[in-house]
Design a protein around this ligand. Structure first.
Ligand code: HEM
Length: 446
């Protein structure tokens, strides 16, 4: 007699995490997203469904699932559908909110602003701004030290205004900064409709102001030869057939780039400085490498020499990935790493838990930059175990620039100072939407 066929995984239902009536797991998610996901993983394994922000989402945690979704050989996973859920109307038509052919075309055009020559041009101003901000923060430090989160945030906003948009300090830079802050607040606001008086309505109004301002600048930049700021690079970029983007398209890309570049870099710097504050030996190692830089600037030619800074950056990005989830909408029925998925379903990858997967990392919660050194290379155990910049077609377009900017700021801090925490000091990080220390982070910088 033929054996009865055992049920295949394809018909197994995905386990559901029990949550509160109506709210599901939203409160737990906002309070401690990593804890929620890791507890669910301990109970259910590498695939389970959570109900968050009013929507069921299947969380996929294995490196293999991460690979299949990012590589997306059959164009099955929509980044636009995944991300619209949170940043939707505020950052509409940004690169991450485009899919497949359309995404490919826009990404090729945008690459012009991320080529080596372009990155080299941005760095002169980035280094100068980093030094200015660090000097100002140290000079104005109170008895508890410098709020390094606040310092990093102001600095990255200035980089956004001056290096990306190409406006100098003053009213124009304030307009960019204020609009951007209002949009960021709106992107995590619970009310998602333009009800007057809400953060969301203020964010959408700010988007309109920022778009109008940027549209005028695009016209100006196009009328002049290509300049060194990112907006000018984008304004002059063309498709393979020589077509320039419409003004509206350039503006939408720029608005999204401000989002992509800003809080991510701020979070990386904050986490690095926190861990460095407990590890004076790593500070000395980084300072030793900085001393070999000719002229002190971090440039496109020198940044790869800063090996110790790179190891610390990698470890900070592992422990607190600035983009902790990569959501996708499933376009058609399929299976990922043995998990059946239906068209229309919302899924998410979750680097915040993958980067601490207990089966793959040694002492996952411990700060240990040497796990990335060539002789250990824990991250190489699977091609998609360590994905702070994502993977596949949507892999971060600004990853080299992020590394350059981060190293420039760390250099500005450690060339002349050392950071330390106060005895018994702790840092509590909110992991979503982007890591942020609850109550800021004050460190002694001396
Ligand atoms: C440490 C800092 C940063 C981290 C950790 C980071 C991480 C990421 C991740 C994980 C994605 C992919 C998300 C997904 O597929 O769901 C992404 C996309 C993107 N990032 Fe970054 N990012 C950083 C800084 C930057 C900077 C500085 C820029 C530009 C100036 C930038 C521009 C972009 C763009 C344009 C995309 C969309 C790419 C696409 O859809 O093709 N990022 N980033």
């Amino acid at each position: 007699m033929a054996p009865t066929a055992a049920p295949t995984r394809a018909v197994d239902p995905i386990p559901r995490v029990a949550g509160l009536p109506l709210l599901g797991s939203t409160p737990a998610f906002l309070r401690d997203a990593r804890g929620l996901v890791l507890r669910a993983q301990a109970q259910h394994g590498d695939a389970f469904e959570l109900r968050v922000l009013g929507q069921p989402v299947t969380v996929l945690l294995s490196p293999q699932a991460t690979k299949e979704v990012y590589v997306d050989r059959a164009s099955t996973f929509s980044s636009e559908r995944g991300w619209s859920f949170t940043i939707g109307p505020l950052f509409a038509r940004g690169l991450m909110l485009r899919d497949f052919e359309d995404h490919h075309l826009h990404r090729r055009v945008m690459q012009h602003a991320f080529r080596r020559a372009a990155l080299a041009g941005y760095m002169t101003r980035v280094n100068a701004l980093a030094r200015e901000h660090v000097a100002r923060a140290v000079a104005g430090a109170g008895p508890d030290g410098v709020d390094v989160y606040d310092m990093a945030k102001r600095l990255t906003l200035d980089i956004a205004a001056q290096v990306f948009v190409g406006v100098r300090l003053g009213a124009q830079a304030d307009l960019v900064n204020d609009a951007f802050v209002a949009m960021m607040r709106a992107s995590v606001a619970p009310v998602r409709r333009e009800v007057p008086g809400t953060a969301f309505a203020r964010g959408m109004a700010a988007r309109r102001r920022l778009r109008a301002f940027l549209a005028d600048l695009v016209a100006e930049r196009r009328a002049a030869p290509e300049g060194e700021d990112l907006l000018s690079r984008l304004a002059h970029a063309t498709t393979d057939e020589g077509r320039a983007l419409d003004v509206d398209e350039v503006v939408d890309h720029m608005v999204f780039l401000l989002l992509a570049a800003h809080d991510t870099t701020t979070a990386t710097l904050t986490v690095m400085l926190w861990h460095l504050a407990q590890e004076p030996a790593w500070q000395d190692r980084i300072a030793g490498e900085l001393a070999t830089l000719d002229g002190g600037d971090v440039t496109i030619d020198t940044y790869k020499q800063l090996v110790a800074a790179e190891l610390v950056m990698k470890e900070a990005l592992r422990l607190s990935p600035p983009v902790p989830f990569s959501p996708r909408g499933v376009v058609r029925d399929c299976e990922v790493a043995g998990v059946p998925l239906r068209a229309g379903q919302m899924i998410t990858l979750a680097s915040l838990a993958l980067h601490r997967h207990p089966d793959w990392w040694a002492e996952p919660d411990r700060f240990d930059p040497l796990r990335f050194a060539a002789d250990r290379a824990e991250d190489r155990a699977h091609s998609h175990l360590y994905v702070p910049f994502g993977g596949g077609a949507h892999i971060c377009l600004g990853n080299h620039l992020a590394e350059l900017m981060t190293k420039a700021v760390i250099a500005a801090v450690l060339a002349e100072h050392r950071v330390r925490a106060r005895p018994g000091q702790r840092m509590e990080m909110a992991a979503v939407p982007i890591p942020k220390p609850r109550g800021g982070l004050r460190l002694v910088v001396a």
